[in-house]
Design a protein. Structure first.
Lengths: 331, 118
């Protein structure tokens, strides 16, 4: 029974292990780093650690804890590379032997390029290619031996350009991502021998191509204070961004053994934005039985390296001399 | 694990003073406020020190006409403070547009409105 549910476990692992994050400033708008999906930001940053805990949707269900990190480095102003390792602990009855397991997931790298940015309309769009390097992790926690390639489009839109009559809505923003995961192999064939009958059993698992999609809805208290109305609230409140994230995975082809059920979670939470870091915590609410059997939690500490090391680690390797920027307003 | 934590701690300790992007901290007149009588200047305070040569404020009325007098000035004794004097403002809505370069070379920009009451 557990064996048949392993592909779903893989989807859950992919869900939990996708920790590539970013933050971005577009005109008036600050898009914070998000936890469940990646945002369109291209910048220098360090997310360490991201910790999540969720009971899987497998049968039988098991508790899984992931601790991950991500380091992103800009090569140019609009192009960045990031690397994200994840360490997992699967509590019994999880893992290949159902006795639990622990170890690293496959390492993920992300190449991301900012395609378009419009300050006036607080809109930004990026494209990326995420690669999960097969064989770099422990098979005991579900790390596969093959690569997975996920080209993805990211976008962010702030609503600061709404008319003054809708001032209350201007701090809202949405972000989203649409990715398509392409495994390096189409199937994995496993041969086992029954110790009693000595008969050979051939098990074929088809590896699906998966549509990874998700979005966030966020309300920025920093935006409210600095661009709409300063209500004189405490500084702590003015640094909060309440957020709801949604992240889904839908197998779309080669689904003979995986099925086509969409899995995912909806994550209500809150982000506190400091001067050089942010802290976020969210609940993870599974959207169906296959996505998890109880509400999980995910938290992240995230550092803005472009602010902490503005002249060294936090700037693009090939950067323009920003100090010679164009004077403004015709001066 | 301890060595990793120690390495990260050293890395951040070696960063020296932290500057970060210059975001708008507060303003006078306050963001979104209605004031009476009309202000004689707009003053902005930022979360980081500014480069005067590449930092500016523009104030416009509802028709888009500039209502400031001269250029914005960054306070020499407090480089997080920038101000621009205004013409005599009749009642109405005004938009403040700012664009700054922080001392660590990060550009930021923004805008907000305030009203002058009758």
């Amino acid at each position: 029974m557990f064996k048949n549910s392993w592909p779903l476990a893989m989807l859950a692992v992919t869900l939990a292990a996708s920790t590539a994050r970013a933050h971005e400033i577009v005109g008036n708008r600050f898009f914070p780093a998000t936890l469940a999906i990646d945002d369109p930001g291209v910048t220098d940053e360090l997310a360490l650690p991201t910790v999540s805990m969720l009971k899987s949707g497998d049968v039988p269900s098991f508790k899984q804890m992931d601790i991950s990190g991500e380091f992103a480095k800009r090569i140019t102003e609009d192009f960045a590379i990031s690397v994200a390792p994840t360490w997992s602990r699967l509590y019994a009855p999880g893992g290949l032997t159902m006795n639990g397991a622990r170890g690293f997931q496959n390492v993920e790298t992300l190449l991301k390029y900012r395609l378009f940015k419009n300050d006036e309309h607080e809109f930004v769009m990026s494209a990326g290619l995420e690669i999960e390097w097969g064989g770099s992790g422990a098979q005991g926690v579900g790390a596969e031996r093959f690569n997975v390639y996920t080209p993805t489009l990211y976008f962010g839109k702030g609503f600061g350009d709404l008319p003054a009559s809708m001032n209350w809505a201007r701090p809202f923003a949405i972000t989203g991502q649409f990715g398509y995961s392409i495994p390096g192999v189409s199937k994995v064939v496993t041969a086992t021998v029954d110790p009693d009958t000595l008969e050979q059993d051939i098990d074929t698992e088809y590896i699906p191509r998966v549509f990874n999609w998700g979005a966030t809805l966020q309300y920025s208290m920093p935006y409210l204070k600095s661009a709409v109305v300063d209500l004189g609230l405490p500084d702590f409140i003015n640094r909060l961004i309440p957020i709801v994230e949604a992240s889904f995975q839908t197998p779309v082809s080669n689904t003979a053994t995986s099925g086509t059920v969409t899995t995912g979670t909806i994550n209500p939470g809150i982000i506190y934005t400091g001067k050089t870091y942010q802290f976020a915590i969210e609940a993870q609410i599974p959207v169906n039985r296959q996505s998890g059997t109880s509400v999980g939690v995910i938290g992240q500490l995230h550092f803005y390296l472009d602010d902490i090391f503005p002249n060294t680690l936090g700037r693009p390797i090939f950067a323009n001399n920003i100090n010679t920027g164009r004077p403004m307003f015709g001066r | 694990m301890r060595s990793i934590i120690a390495s990260i701690a050293f890395l951040f300790a070696a960063a020296g003073p932290v500057f970060a992007h210059a975001h708008l901290d507060r303003a006078s007149p306050a963001v979104g406020s209605t004031v009476t009588p009309a202000p004689k200047e707009v003053v902005l305070w930022f979360t980081n020190q500014l480069e005067p040569a590449f930092s500016s404020i523009e104030v416009r009325d509802e028709k888009g006409a500039s209502v400031q007098v001269g250029k914005a000035v960054v306070d020499r004794s407090n480089r997080t403070r920038m101000s621009v004097p205004l013409k005599s403002l009749p009642p109405g809505s005004y938009k403040v547009m700012w664009r700054v370069l922080s001392v660590d070379t990060h550009r930021t920009q923004g805008d907000f409105s305030f009203r002058v009451g009758p």
